[in-house]
Design a protein around this ligand. Structure first.
Ligand code: HEM
Length: 123
């Protein structure tokens, strides 16, 4: 039998709703990176929930609706520096830290982000 996905182990959809809700509240209030987010907060929360569902091994919700993720290409229109990636990761670290899961699981979850975040740096 295969091991449960990280998506399932953190608590599935309820956990991702809590995570994306808190994360974008922090991002939209952040002094450095809030400038990048011009569209509707609920819409980006929803897209990120769909994306993270599949990113963490759950159903392919993002691709079903929006097609191939191509995350680096989708971020290209936005000027993203290393400092922006660090700030993004700080918001994510705080949001992950507030989830009602074990320290080990928080660490495992947060570890999924730094590589991807620095991959989005495009300037
Ligand atoms: C490195 C720091 C990052 C910055 C500054 C950043 C910034 C942005 C911005 C400005 C948008 C467009 C939001 C809008 O429509 O107003 C966006 C979209 C998105 N970002 Fe990021 N991002 C970063 C890293 C990441 C990472 C690491 C992931 C995934 C783990 C991610 C996933 C997404 C998703 C799923 C969308 C929605 C794409 C769509 O339009 O369908 N981002 N991001």
């Amino acid at each position: 039998m295969s091991e449960a996905s990280l998506y399932e182990r953190i608590g599935g959809d309820a956990a991702l709703r809590q995570l994306t809700d808190r994360f974008y509240d922090l991002v939209f209030a952040h002094e450095l990176i809030s400038r990048l987010f011009k569209s509707d907060k609920d819409e980006i929360k929803e897209k990120q929930r769909l994306f993270l569902t599949q990113f963490l091994g759950g159903p392919q919700l993002y691709s079903d609706i929006h097609g191939h993720p191509m995350m680096r290409a989708r971020h290209m229109p936005h000027v993203i520096t290393e400092d922006d990636a660090v700030a993004w990761l700080q918001c994510m670290s705080q949001a992950v830290g507030e989830l009602p899961i074990s320290k080990e699981l928080k660490d495992e979850l947060f570890d999924r982000f730094p590589r991807t975040a620095f991959f989005m740096v495009n300037r």
